[in-house]
Ligand binder design. Sequence first.
Ligand code: HEM
Length: 150
Amino acid sequence: MNKFLAIALLGVAGFGVAAALPAPVDVPVPARASGEVLEQSMETLNGALKGLMKGGISAETKDKSLDTLVRMQSAIVAAKSEKPHDLSAEELVGYRAMMADMLGLTCKIEVATLQGKFDDANKLVKEELTRFKKEGHDKYQKEEEHGDHK
Ligand code: HEM
C-alpha cells in the first residue's frame, strides 16, 4: 500500500477511536515537567560543545561538526523560549537576548566551517562559545543549579 495512504488511514482510524471515547473531563492533562526542555537543551549543548572542542573543526571533521552545529542551533531555539525558574520580566529579556546571540554565534561558526576557515571556526568555539556558557550560567543559573557544569 502506498505509504502516505497507510499513514492517512491510520490517522482516520485513530480519530475514530478517540471520538468514541468519553471526554476525559476529570483527568488532568499531564503537564510537561517544568524545565525539562531547558535541561535537555543544555545537555545537548554540553555534549555538542565537548565534541567540537575535543575533535576540533577540520576538513576531516567538517561534516560531523556541521551536524553538531545544527543540533546546537535546534537546542538553542528550544531553550530560548523557555523560562528558567523565576526570572523577572527584565531578566527574561536578557536571557532570551543572550540565547539569540549565542544562536548567531553558532551560525558564524557554521559559515566559517562551510567556507573551510577552520582556524576561525575553532577560535570562535574556544573563545566565544565557552564564554557564553560561563556568562549564561553566572547570570541565569540558580546557585543550587550550579554543579560541575559551570
Ligand atoms: C555552549 C553553551 C552552554 C552549555 C554547554 C550549557 C550547558 C548547561 C548544562 C550542562 C546545564 C545543566 C543542565 C541540567 O540541569 O542537567 C545547564 C543549565 C543551565 N543553563 Fe546552560 N549551557 C550553555 C549556555 C547557556 C546560556 C548562554 C544560558 C543563558 C542565557 C544558559 C542558561 C542555563 C540555565 C538557566 C540552566 C539551568 C537549567 C535548569 O533549570 O535546570 N546556558 N547548561
